[in-house]
Design a protein around this ligand. Structure first.
Ligand code: FAD
Length: 381
């Protein structure tokens, strides 16, 4: 066992941290207020390899490991969790699905432009009446000679408006239940494909979240990703890995909140001394740092297991996601508390961490669903 990062991983962290400080931090508030993901940022993310983090170099990506993916997402989230969410959805859902299950032709046509940052990816599983119970989806794909006709509406899709390549799940044979769901890759230009309502969100406002409307979209047989009926099972594997990314996002967010709180506690004076001298504040900071370290270890362990390809990672990734997102909620709340009234206004980062963090216990499976996955592994059924 060696828990130390390699020299390359330290350098990667430093590089992404410097990028986030220089290119993202100055715009955090402006992007949050505009509720827009900055398209200008994409080429700069791509130049660092952040649009194809785990995609092999042969497909235009950076070819990094799952552990290194966590380093990147963590460092982005430390500064702006909504940029980290967009990068995680692009990499960990859309690109990952094509990398894991796409054909060679699909990889050349869709994965390469995603990894190079020429196109933004979106991934559509959720629907208005099918969230945690994704298997209850209503979107259908019906055969029409060699083609498929896809109809339905996807809800809460990251990059639903700005994504150029979309991977969507649809029922191809309802009688087979979860084994009757298939995945398809679509171009934004597909006739019948449009974005619906853009969500006006509590947090993560700089990340586009929109409906995706599929109005009898005709796609060729080659648009199917993976085998017919394999879409749901493949989706669960994509989410197993994707959840590690959300865990890393939560760790980075919590780290950002901790650092903001720690700095404020040393600067802010009450009763003639910095509030960091009061035991009540010191213990909050000590607890935050301890929980963050534990969450980071769980997250890196899950990522390391993924890199070893030795076992199913569902439980490890659910444990990492559950713990990291819940301690991040506590960290963001304590950050506001340590800022007092200044934590409640937009002059400081605290209120934004507090708004952004809640997504971590909801996206890519709620905390309740993570407990369900973990308990199923422990208890069976
Ligand atoms: C900002 C944002 C971005 C997103 N991006 C994407 C995306 O890119 N692609 C995509 O497909 N989806 C995306 N989602 C959707 C997200 O994955 C779902 O919101 C999430 O899975 C929960 O589904 P739901 O909102 O329908 O809640 P529901 O499933 O309706 O859950 C409501 C409540 O009931 C609880 N619950 C449900 N079932 C159970 C159960 N069996 N046992 C115990 N409790 C239960 C839940 O935990 C929750 O507390 C995004 C969501 C948000 C907010």
């Amino acid at each position: 066992m060696d828990l130390r990062p390699t020299a390359e991983q330290d350098l990667l962290r430093q590089t992404v941290r410097e990028f986030a400080e220089a290119e993202i931090r100055p715009h955090v508030r402006e992007w949050d207020e505009a509720q827009a993901f900055s398209l200008d940022l994409v080429p700069r993310l791509a130049a660092l390899g952040l649009m194809g983090i785990q995609v092999p170099e042969a497909y235009g990506g950076a070819g990094l490991s799952a552990v290194e993916y966590c380093v990147c997402i963590e460092e982005l989230a430390r500064v702006d969790p909504s940029v980290a969410l967009s990068v995680a959805a692009h990499n960990g859902l859309a690109a990952a699905h094509l990398l894991m299950f796409g054909s060679e032709t699909q990889k050349q046509k869709y994965l390469v432009p995603l990894a190079k940052g020429e196109v933004i990816g979106a991934w559509g599983l959720t629907e208005a009446s099918a969230g945690s119970d994704a298997g209850a989806m209503r979107t259908t794909a019906k055969r029409d000679s060699e083609d498929w006709i896809i109809s339905g509406t996807k809800q809460f899709i990251t990059h639903g408006k700005i994504g150029g390549t979309l991977v969507v799940m649809a029922v191809t044979d309802r009688s087979k239940g979860r084994h009757g769901v298939s995945a398809f890759v679509l171009d934004r230009a597909t006739p019948g494909l449009s974005a619906g309502r853009k969500e006006d969100k509590l947090g993560m406002r700089a990340s586009d979240t929109s409906e995706v409307i599929l109005n009898a979209c005709r796609v060729p047989a080659e648009a199917m990703v993976g085998g017919e009926g394999e879409g749901f099972v493949n989706t669960m594997q994509v989410l197993d890995a994707g959840r590690i990314g959300i865990a890393a996002l939560a760790v980075g967010l919590a780290q950002g909140a901790y650092e903001a709180a720690s700095k404020y506690a040393r600067d802010r004076r009450q009763f003639g001394q910095p509030i960091a001298h009061f035991q009540a504040i010191r213990w909050k900071l000590a607890d935050m740092a301890t929980r963050i370290e534990a969450a980071r270890l769980l997250t890196y362990r899950a990522a390391w297991l993924r890199d070893q390809h030795v076992e199913r990672i569902s439980t490890a990734s659910s444990i990492a996601k559950l713990y990291s997102s819940e301690i991040a909620v506590r960290a963001a709340e304590e950050c506001v508390q340590i800022h007092g009234g200044y934590g409640f206004v937009k002059d400081y980062a605290a209120e934004k961490f507090f708004r952004d963090v809640k997504l971590c216990t909801i996206g890519e499976g709620t905390s309740e669903i993570q407990r369900l996955v973990i308990a199923r592994q422990l208890l069976g059924r």
